[in-house]
Design a protein around this ligand. Sequence first.
Ligand code: SF4
Length: 374
Amino acid sequence: MTAVTDSLPDLRAMTLADAEALAVASGWPRFRGEQVWRWVHDKGARGFDEMTNLNAATRESFAKVARIGCLEVAEVQTSKDGTRKLRLTTRDGASIESVLIPMGEHVTQCISSQVGCAVDCQFCATAKLGLKRNLDAGEIVDQVYLGRRLLAEADPTARISNIVYMGMGEPLHNYDNLVASLRILTDDKGAKLAHRRITVSTSGLVPKLEKLGNETDVRPNLAVSLNAPNDAVRDRIMPINRKWNIGKLLAALKAYPLEQRRRITFEYVLLAGVNDSLADAGQLAKLLRGFKCKVNIIPYNPHPEAEYERPSPAQVEAFQNECKRLGLSTYLRLPKGDDIDAACGQLANRSNGSPVVPLRVRKKAELPPPPPVE
Ligand code: SF4
């Protein structure tokens, strides 16, 4: 894994406390750090020259000790259902994707946490990129700022109401940058997003789940990509299960300190003939009995790199009905943006159907090895 290096620290990746500390270390009053930080994280400045209430000498001095990292918008694709996929380029030329999903009156933005992913879920297109590197906190939050900018261009009153860390990458595999980005996005003096409006999705990195539960200043919602009713199926479609199996995962989730009135979301990608039978629904209901949770049922979104199929609508309905009959709270997540490869599990830097970055094609293993994640 290669890292981006730069001699100057990036204001976009700093928490407010970091920016204040930088100001003090540079011989300026603390409030200068806040002033500059607010320009970046509250007012959306993308360069020092936009900080119009600072005189030129102050702006120049700051530019000598810090930079403002910016992603570039390489492409915006729009789905027939209104979903928009942003392909973004980092300063070292890597490609990542972020998706703006209209949900009635609201817009949810799905953001990426890594360039590619190491976790290797067998049904996921991002997995075929492999892991190139972690995104830093600035690259994570700038997706939100660019999303806001794009929305405002079309309608100045439009707002992003929810952020989901469900794009490229496993957020908990990039733990420190994940937590820093959450601190930045929820700061009352910056992006001002409510904790309850942010969801972090994980494939189940148990030690990091425990760590996240112990953070006192970040309290996102949790979504867990479960996708199987037993270890035999999960071992096959999610190799991470061979490191932390369903028993260990559920034990960690039971111990997770949930805020009052919140529930864990379990995501369940329905794969025809793999995990979609009524017996699977029965096992799933038994597994999750007693959990404060809901299950998002996601009919598989096809892409060329995986051989799975989406179950028929009748099978999806039967599976959901069986879950409901057995007492599970379920929500059917119908595909959004699948015509531009923007739906769940399809993100792989594709433009008009073709990958702009080569995808890794591996021989089909009988049982994929566990991923190299800690
Ligand atoms: S589903 Fe998420 S964790 Fe699994 S390979 Fe894809 S991006 Fe990674």
